[in-house]
Design a protein around this ligand. Structure first.
Ligand SMILES: C[C@](O)(CO)[C@H](O)COP(=O)(O)OP(=O)(O)OC[C@H]1O[C@@H](n2ccc(N)nc2=O)[C@H](O)[C@@H]1O
Ligand SMILES: Nc1ncnc2c1ncn2[C@@H]1O[C@H](COP(=O)(O)OP(=O)(O)OP(=O)(O)O)[C@@H](O)[C@H]1O
Length: 272
């Protein structure tokens, strides 16, 4: 079975409170971004479960890769035969795009389908939550208002389908834990759902990402990319999640405009 774990963008992100478990409560709107890895999951030819990797190198021991952890989580509860997995990594890591989380959620969904476990989306979400705060979103993989750890959702009527979008990753690996440690939780400055119900051109004045304010003084390149996206005609530009990817939305355009950016940056151009 071949699946294509996609990334996500955060439209607005407020870190609202410290939780007793050491995590933070947040409010954000998550939307799928069709920048994808490729993940193949097959019954193994031999007796062992294996994971091979190509594409962007994934830091850390492959034994702790989220695809393997997804398999192990399900095999604690179900008698799964060994599998052979191959992950081709395309989505940059430490980018705020949720790439690793998507791999984990898509591995859970693929195993559910491959072995006809018949788990509901709700049950898959509860497994996904155990692998990371961002993982649960990728089970249903549709625009939602997210709160608590970013893993509890409310439906939102927001249709950005077809909107031209540019995502710029400057090659700066921002650790999620470090990024959270730089943000002081506070009540949200805007009611996100109300702000997002207004025309996209107003979002620039009404929606923000707390990580952007906290990280830009340390990483000025984030502010420079955002300024360039606005100069290129973006109606809205922001850091995604805890960064370091910055995106711009260009409604009404066929494709985002060309931009002069350093060649070492990774850039995704397309439509949501
Ligand atoms: C920044 C976001 O991408 C926004 O969508 C997510 O909140 C990050 O989610 P994630 O990468 O799945 O993060 P996890 O792997 O669950 O947690 C990594 C670290 O981030 C911090 N963390 C994460 C989520 C959260 N709601 N509060 C936190 O304080 C914790 O220090 C945790 O140890
Ligand atoms: N399949 C995977 N893809 C990416 N990272 C993985 C994967 N499996 C495990 N990891 C580990 O997770 C870390 C990346 O997590 P991190 O949260 O920084 O980035 P992310 O998955 O790109 O998403 P985000 O920045 O939105 O949280 C890596 O350092 C790596 O060790």
């Amino acid at each position: 079975m071949l699946v294509f774990p996609n990334a996500k963008l955060n439209l607005g992100l407020y870190v609202t409170a410290m939780r007793p478990d050491g995590f933070r409560n947040l409010e954000s709107v998550f939307v799928p971004l069709p920048w994808c890895d490729a993940l193949e999951v097959l019954p193994a030819a031999g007796p062992e479960t294996t994971l091979s990797l190509t594409g962007i190198p994934v830091p850390g021991d492959p034994a702790t890769n989220l695809c393997r952890r997804a398999y192990e989580l399900l095999s604690d509860d179900f008698e799964l035969p060994p599998v052979q997995m191959h992950l081709h990594k395309v989505v940059p890591i430490g980018a705020g795009l949720g790439g690793g989380s998507a791999d984990a959620a898509f591995a859970l969904k693929a195993l559910n389908d491959l072995f006809a476990l018949n788990l509901t989306a709700e049950t898959l979400e509860s497994y996904a939550r155990r692998l990371g705060s961002d993982c649960a979103f990728f089970v249903r993989n549709k625009p939602v208002f997210a709160y608590e750890k970013g893993d509890v959702f409310e439906d939102i009527s927001l249709n950005l389908t077809g909107t031209a979008c540019k995502v710029v990753y400057p090659g700066l690996h921002v650790s999620t834990g470090e990024a959270y440690s730089r943000v002081t939780p506070r009540p949200p400055r805007h009611e996100l759902r109300q702000a997002l119900a207004q025309p996209l051109e107003t979002w620039r004045d009404t929606i923000s990402n707390d990580f952007e304010d906290a990280l830009t003084p340390f990483y000025p390149v984030l502010g420079e990319i955002k300024r360039k996206l606005y100069e290129a005609g973006a109606a809205y530009a922001s850091l995604s999640g805890s960064g370091s990817a910055v995106y711009g939305l260009f409604p009404g355009q066929e494709q985002p405009p060309k931009m002069e950016l350093p060649t070492e940056y990774l850039v995704w151009d397309g439509r949501l």
